[in-house]
Write a protein of this length. Structure first.
Length: 236
């Protein structure tokens, strides 16, 4: 599919392991859009806390956050995540970083800083006539409630655990399925119950259960929604 005649903001939300990152990345590739992995930006902040010795992000001085410069640059196959100018795209996938990311994400100062950064990146793309695909947990509800296309992905917990374990194995992380499942269940509970921007489906988002879908089928479903939206959007 060629780049769209009208640049759109596509928001893909959902819990860990639902397939949102892979789907978002491939949708962006197909449309010629920028892919922005917002979860990776929170992981980068979590990595910054860990590297500074703050295993509890709330224990870090307020000024510490100002020392962390999180960025994202387009790259083949998606995007690369930068922390103070250093490419940390692989380091942020470590289990310890993942566990801390959801705790850091509930801090108002962290969210305020990264949400504004995400909005600025996306708006620059639109000004250049290019669309953007963002995935996370609050894109359609908080970051871009005015997004042109909103999709909320869900999947059975056991399916998500198997997917996440396979991802870990591909990176050399051999953890039991039970351990991964328990981690996801705990992450879901934290994300859904947090006071700041909890994980939830936007009222106008399309619910897509990916339990029995391949990645290609997920991508095609989102592309159909984007095509429908473009048909109803005047060409600029």
């Amino acid at each position: 599919m060629p780049p769209s005649s009208s640049a759109l903001i596509i928001a893909i939300d959902g819990p860990a392991g639902s397939g949102k990152s892979t789907t978002a990345r491939r949708v962006a590739e197909r449309l010629g859009y920028l892919y922005l992995d917002t979860g990776a930006m929170y992981r980068a902040v979590a990595l910054g806390f860990l590297e500074a010795g703050y295993e509890d992000p709330e224990a870090a001085p307020a000024a510490f956050l100002e020392t962390l410069d999180v960025g994202a640059v387009p790259a083949e196959g998606g995007m690369r995540t930068l922390l103070n100018g250093r490419d940390v795209s692989e380091a942020i996938r470590e289990p310890a970083v993942s566990a801390l990311a959801s705790r850091a994400a509930v801090l108002p100062a962290v969210r305020q800083r990264l949400v504004e950064a995400q909005r600025q990146i996306a708006r620059r793309q639109l000004e250049q006539g290019r669309g953007v695909v963002l995935d996370g947990r609050d894109i359609g509800t908080v970051v871009f409630p005015e997004a042109d296309v909103k999709v909320f992905l869900v999947a059975d917990l056991d399916v998500r655990a198997r997917r996440r374990r396979q991802e870990g194995l591909a990176r050399g992380q051999d953890r039991s399925l039970a351990e991964v499942r328990a981690e996801l269940q705990d992450r879901d509970a934290r994300d859904q119950s947090r006071a700041v921007a909890p994980l939830r489906k936007a009222d106008d988002a399309v619910l897509l259960d990916t339990s029995g879908l391949s990645i290609d089928e997920q991508v095609e479903a989102v592309l159909r929604l984007a095509a429908e939206r473009n048909l109803s959007t005047p060409v600029k």
